[in-house]
Structure formats: C-alpha cells, structure tokens
Design a protein around this ligand. Structure first.
Ligand code: MG
Length: 184
C-alpha cells in the first residue's frame, strides 16, 4: 500500500524526466528516419532463467544477468546502425546498474535508457518516437516465466499491433533463442 502511494506520487516526475530525455535524444537523432526500441528483460537479457536459478534470498545482481545472444545477433544483422532507445519496466532505482549492463554487454554507441514503473507507460514513449521516426520494436511483453507460467500484457500487445511499426514479439524472440537459452 505504502509502495503504491509512493509510486503514484513519484511516477509523474519520472515520466517528466524521461520524456525530456527522449525529446532531446530524438532531436539529436532527427536525421535518422528509423529508431530501434528494445525491451531488456527476456528480450535481450535472459532474465527469467537468471531469476529462476538465483538463491531466493539473494538480491538481484543485474550485472550478472546473461544476454540473449540470438536477439542481439538479429539486431546486429538487420539494424546495427540505428539509434537505440532501451525501454524497460524496471524500477528507476536500478537505472545505474542497468545502464552499466547495457554499456558492458550490449552497446558502446550512444543510446537512451527509459525506465517505466508501469508497463502501460511504454505505449506513451513508443508513440512519442513514432511521431518523429519509423520504429522497429523488440519486446516480449510477457512476465512470470520464472514461476513456471508465462503471462502476457495482452492489452499492450493489442495496442502495439495497431501501431505502424515493425514489431518482434515473444514468439519471435523465443524462436530465435530456443537452442541456447531455454526460453519457455
Ligand atoms: Mg520483457
């Protein structure tokens, strides 16, 4: 309950912050007519396998989460030159750790990390990018894998499918990585 109230109060400030950063990033990359939007967990990071295997009482060590290399290979093959916006439903307190992980494991080139405290806020940022550029979007939009049953953010998926973008979904990412990462 307390957490929920804090979230409600803090969330508008978080959105304001990331909205401005995204505006600036889009301005800076305005000559590029395509932008890559990448989710992190279970899209480019093998998060659920890490969570399942970790000792339950230990904290999440974000730096130790392995990559989903086949997703990265796909991106490198088709979209290597595009500016990247990482769009992740992670707590804003993980920003620095997530940022370090991205710099170490994913890309040295300039990118933007946007964190949302509510997954539905992703639609807001995607639409912001779509106003300026074409979008290629990778996102499993699923959760709960580590507990054995996969759930989907169906409402968000339906909204994404209505948008004019190229969307690589859960099934695509699962298919890509099936031989190496035990994605369910
Ligand atoms: Mg995900």
């Amino acid at each position: 309950m307390f957490k929920k109230i804090v979230k409600l109060i803090v969330n508008p400030f978080i959105i304001f912050h990331f909205k401005n950063r995204l505006k600036f990033f889009l301005k800076k990359n305005c000559e590029c007519n395509k932008i890559l939007i990448l989710d992190i967990d279970n899209t480019i990071a093998n998060t659920w396998v890490y969570l399942k295997n970790k000792q339950s009482e230990t904290n999440i060590s974000y730096k130790d989460i392995p990559v989903l290399s086949k997703t990265l290979d796909h991106i490198a093959t088709y979209y290597a030159t595009l500016p990247i916006v990482f769009l992740s439903h992670r707590n804003v307190m993980t920003f620095n750790e997530t940022s370090q992980w991205l710099n170490q494991k994913i890309t040295k080139k300039e990118h933007l990390l946007v964190l949302v405290s509510n997954p539905y806020d992703k639609l807001y940022y995607i639409n912001m990018v779509l106003k300026k550029s074409k979008v290629i979007y990778y996102d499993d939009l699923s959760y709960n894998h580590e507990k054995g049953i996969v759930f989907f953010y169906d409402k968000i998926i339906n909204e994404v499918k209505k948008l004019d973008l190229i969307y690589y979904d859960y099934e695509f990412i699962k298919e890509l990585n099936q031989n190496i990462s035990h994605v369910e």
